[in-house]
Design a protein around this ligand. Sequence first.
Ligand SMILES: [Zn+2]
Ligand SMILES: [Zn+2]
Length: 141
Amino acid sequence: MKYMTGRIDTPQKIRFLKFIHSRESGVKPGEIAQNFGIRASTVTRSLHELGQAGYIRYDSYKMVFLTDAGKDLTRFLQRRHRILSLMFTRAGLSEHDACIQAEKIEHLVPKVHIDQICRSLGHPSRAACGVIDHDPLCCGV
Ligand SMILES: [Zn+2]
Ligand SMILES: [Zn+2]
């Protein structure tokens, strides 16, 4: 996976990528603005940065899709969120609180540390909020 810069690894862009990922048939930028209740100009700027980094593309109808790199990145973002969330539930937080706290800090935790936590949790395959995709480089096949 490409190195994720601080400009890309922000809570807002993580939410955008997950939202685009959830819509296989593409998303209009206006839908993103509406879904998150933010200005269209803010969405445009973020999408521009995600496009520059190679994570999204537009079709001829101006619909937004993830590129293959964007899909890889989003799989990592989901794995990171769920591993942190599981770490919190194992430490005693409720599933709801674990999910919220993971969202607050996930953008600050690099992959190397996610892999360490994954190892310490026994390469889990499930967290409260969903399936944890195994990473061959961390968890084996
Ligand atoms: Zn969650
Ligand atoms: Zn692992």
